[in-house]
Unconditional design. Structure first.
Length: 252
């Protein structure tokens, strides 16, 4: 694993595809998955096979994918509650009364959410943060938004380090967070962190202005993608579009 964000530092054909191609591929794939009727189960099986093939080709370890899937835990909890709270016709399973529409809705959330999260994990594991920003820039995302995202990526670790130091300082003074009265100390810490970050932002802005910053960052990358890279990068996504269209036709 690399220390560069969520990137998994291995050499694979997926890693070598330009970021802008992978961003478009992710968008098209997710759009195809979301537009697929929930009752067409075979289509989601094909999507899963495509993603597994992409993960294997990218040489991303399965434990990495499984650990990062924890981010969708709230959606899993919500989906598991649907069969019990949804209305409509019901059926019994092991003495439990489940709603048919709730079960289908739970499947819809779980299947589409999991596929989308795995696709996003694949993108983050094969693309460095700086390359992602360069890809957004190549896709003509507004320069101001790219600059904001670049600062966010750069200073997220700085703010995280500040939080870590503040936590150590609180604990060295006997803070445990177990009592209601400790909320005042936590709120004060959040306020201090905000003020410190705001002041740091002002200093960084003044430093940039003194070095000739005029409101636009230099181009992160002038490298484009070849036709071969576009075809290779979009192969799975275009396959997903074909599956989604077939699912719509079969479902009519």
């Amino acid at each position: 694993m690399s220390g560069d964000g969520l990137l998994v530092a291995v050499d694979s054909p997926v890693h070598r595809i330009p970021a802008q191609v992978k961003l478009v591929a992710l968008f098209v794939f997710v759009l195809a998955v979301v537009s697929t009727p929930a009752a067409v189960f075979w289509a989601f099986g094909l999507y899963a096979v495509m993603l597994i093939a992409a993960v294997i080709r990218a040489k991303v370890p399965a434990p990495v994918v499984s650990r990062r899937l924890a981010v969708e835990t709230p959606f899993i909890v919500f989906a598991l509650l649907l069969p019990f709270v949804a209305t409509g016709p019901q059926f019994d399973v092991l003495g439990l009364h489940l709603s048919r529409s709730g079960v289908l809705g739970a499947w819809n959330v779980l299947a589409k959410g999991t596929l989308g999260v795995i696709a996003a994990i694949l993108l983050s594991a094969t693309t460095a943060p700086r390359d992602l920003l360069a890809g957004l820039e190549r896709l003509r995302l507004p320069a101001t938004l790219v600059a904001i995202l670049s600062f966010m990526v750069r200073y997220m670790s700085v703010v995280s380090d500040d939080l870590h130091r503040m936590r150590i300082a609180r604990e060295s003074r006997g803070y445990t967070g177990a009592r209601l009265g400790h909320l005042k100390a936590a709120a004060g810490g959040v306020g201090a962190l905000f003020v410190r970050s705001f002041e740091r932002g002002e200093r960084v802005h003044l430093a940039m202005r003194s070095r000739g910053y005029i409101g636009r960052m230099p181009l992160l990358s002038a490298e484009g993608a070849s036709s071969t890279q576009w075809i290779e990068g979009l192969a799975i996504s275009l396959g997903a579009v074909v599956v989604a269209i077939a699912a719509r036709v079969v479902g009519l």
